[in-house]
Design a protein. Structure first.
Length: 242
């Protein structure tokens, strides 16, 4: 195993594990540093996260805290999630740098574009979730009826909001994964184009199932970009195969 690993990457298994530990420690340190910054700037970040709620109900968008520990819990959560989000470019970079030694020279040249596009699409998904979340809240409040008074618990609100941003961010990596599969020869642009009808059905069903807020606006905001990304990945795959 060790000889094979060294032949493939120029590194022994022990060296590879040491590199994995080194990159994990650097990634964890980055999350801790950015989490500390997010913890310190908690009031400003909370206002930003509260904006979709205020857009949905401009006259009444306060949070209701019923537990003395809710404020501390909320600040810790915002610190952790903020640290993870701000450190995501560093996490993507170390993940790709860890994989790069095992790639061939031809494949290695795609590492930097893949890191950049992964970060770009992830941030794009987070941004779409942020701007659509207000419509989701408005829809859910309308479904509940006007007799309900909306005083959300900030921890439950944040949990749903962060989950939605995370799911959108991850699913927006769809074109990056498709292009990687095309370059690896697992699928071809011709195969993807031939099965586009089934792909659209799958995208629609998956978008409906994984959308945390279960509202039609969020589902469409996820399904439409993924459909565009599907055909975009086919076009990029054709260009790279030339």
């Amino acid at each position: 195993m060790s000889k094979f690993r060294k032949a493939a990457t120029g590194m022994t298994l022990a060296e590879h594990l040491a590199e994995a530990r080194h990159r994990f420690m650097l990634s964890a340190l980055a999350v801790i540093v950015f989490a500390t910054i997010a913890f310190l700037f908690y009031p400003e970040i909370l206002k930003v996260l509260q904006q979709p709620y205020c857009r949905a109900t401009p006259k009444h968008c306060t949070f209701l805290v019923t537990n003395p520990l809710d404020g501390l819990t909320l600040r810790i959560k915002i610190g952790f999630f903020g640290g993870f989000l701000l450190a995501s470019p560093i996490l993507f970079w170390h993940a790709w740098r860890f994989v790069t030694p095992g790639l061939k020279a031809k494949e290695r040249r795609y590492a930097l574009p893949f890191v950049g596009s992964s970060i770009l699409f992830f941030c794009g998904g987070v941004a779409v979730a942020y701007f659509i979340f207000g419509r989701a809240i408005k829809f859910l409040e309308a479904i509940g009826g006007h007799s309900l008074i909306t005083d959300y618990n900030p921890n439950q609100y944040l949990g749903l909001f962060v989950l939605m941003m995370f799911i959108f961010g991850v699913t927006f990596e769809f074109p990056v994964v498709l292009v990687a599969l095309e370059l690896a020869g697992i699928v071809t642009p011709r195969q993807l184009l031939r099965t586009w009808r089934y792909a659209l059905i799958a995208i629609t069903v998956v978008s409906a199932v994984i959308t945390p807020s279960s509202d039609p606006f969020s589902m469409l905001a996820l399904a439409i970009p993924l459909t565009v990304f599907y055909f975009l990945a086919i076009g990029i795959g054709k260009l790279l195969k030339k």
